[in-house]
Design a protein around this ligand. Structure first.
Ligand code: EPU
Length: 353
């Protein structure tokens, strides 16, 4: 970041050195020497030039699915693009373009207020609209992939805008082409949603299926939204009160033979059959069985109501989180022979200041 051309670009982009503790929901202290706020797509060519001269880039949305190191030396782009634009009303879907920097939950709330139903199961997920397709956010039986028409993203290395259809996004469970790409390759600029004009509630998930107000004939997307908000508030810690990044591990996906063998050995095992014949194991159950639910070690711990959520009790560093995650994963491996994969992205940088 010290060569003259990158200094000129940083100045042009209004870059500053910043502490990023307030820009990540785990509230990890992090010092970045060059932070650019992306408020207009007109900045993108200069950001590509900056990335080229610095040898990479870190892209931050709401900071709700990242583990930040103590020091980041690459330029950091905070995506703050705004705007919600109905694009066209198709015969079976409302098509709406939403800028990547919009807050996810506020967008879900707004969409329902306009009568564009379909995102209610995804209420209260922290983060931004642009981050949603990266890990294909999902909750209570709906994955965002099923509501996306296309994604517009800036190709940082090539310096051009590209549009990915839903199929081209290669969505999977907490996965997409953007999640698999090397960090900093893409800046998602806009998500085009396709929300069904003929809405059907998705109520299969046990936490929703058991609620009487949702089985009545007058069920509405707003009622589902309210129920999801209540369920999440009861189970998941609010990052504003207890810093966290949601689920810290993915639910492992294993073949049928494997799940049968595990069930035989551990009758209480919680698993869900997937449409492709594979089975998802509830990682929260595996972690709880290993005694980590509510366990605290120093500044970090697994949450008392949801063993899948790692929390920062105050003063934790990326190294603390990494060490605790390794301990949880190796205990689960020893007991069940199952590999846990972290869900948040570990941003490269120096772990100690
Ligand atoms: N369970 C336990 N102990 C625990 C937690 C869970 O035994 O401490 C078992 C219970 O049997 C429970 C089952 O696991 O019924 C499933 O738990 P839960 O409904 O809380 O869902 P999850 O599989 O742990 C996933 C997502 C969440 C999402 C919920 C609801 C992943 C990695 N996580 O969690 O997403 O909100 O389902 O759909 O897929 C996130 O990604 O950050 C996130 C919070």
């Amino acid at each position: 970041m010290s060569n003259p051309s990158s200094n000129v670009l940083s100045d042009k982009l209004g870059a500053t050195a910043r502490e990023l503790e307030d820009s990540n929901t785990l509230r990890l202290p992090c010092r970045a020497s060059c932070v650019v706020d992306l408020t207009s797509t007109a900045q993108l060519p200069d950001i590509s030039a900056l990335a080229r001269s610095a040898g990479g880039l870190v892209v931050l949305g709401g900071g709700s699915n990242v583990v930040l190191p103590a020091v980041i030396s690459l330029p950091v782009v905070r995506v703050q693009l705004r705007g919600i634009q109905p694009f066209q009303a198709g015969s079976d879907a409302w098509i709406i373009d939403v800028a990547a920097g919009e807050n996810w939950h506020r967008w879900v709330d707004f969409s329902l207020s306009r009568g564009w139903d379909g995102l209610e199961n995804l209420a209260l997920i922290p983060g931004t609209v642009g981050a949603a397709p990266i890990q294909n956010i999902g909750a209570y039986g709906v994955e965002v992939a099923s509501r996306i028409e296309s994604v517009m993203a800036w190709n940082v290395a090539e310096g051009r805008m590209e549009t990915f259809s839903r199929r081209e996004c290669q969505f999977g469970y907490r996965d997409s082409i953007f999640k698999r790409a090397p960090a900093g390759s893409w800046i998602i600029v806009c998500v085009r949603f396709a929300l069904p004009r003929f809405w059907m509630p998705v109520l299969g998930y046990p936490d929703l299926a058991r609620r009487p107000e949702l089985s009545a004939a007058d069920v509405s997307a707003r009622k589902v939204f309210k129920a999801v908000v209540e369920v999440r508030r009861a189970k998941l810690p609010d990052p504003a009160d207890l810093p966290n990044a949601g689920s810290f591990f993915k639910n492992p996906v294993v073949p049928a033979e494997r799940v049968e063998a595990l069930h035989a050995q551990f009758p209480g095992l919680v698993s869900y059959a997937q449409p492709d014949g594979m089975h998802k194991l509830a990682a929260g159950w595996l972690i709880e069985q290993c005694g980590f639910k509510g366990r605290r070690e120093g500044a970090v711990g697994m949450h008392q109501n949801q063993a899948l959520v790692m929390v920062n009790h105050g003063g934790a560093s990326a190294a603390d989180l990494r060490n605790f995650a390794l301990q949880v994963a190796s205990t689960v491996r020893d007991r069940f022979g199952v590999e846990l994969e972290p869900e948040p992205v570990f941003i490269p940088g120096k772990l100690a200041a």
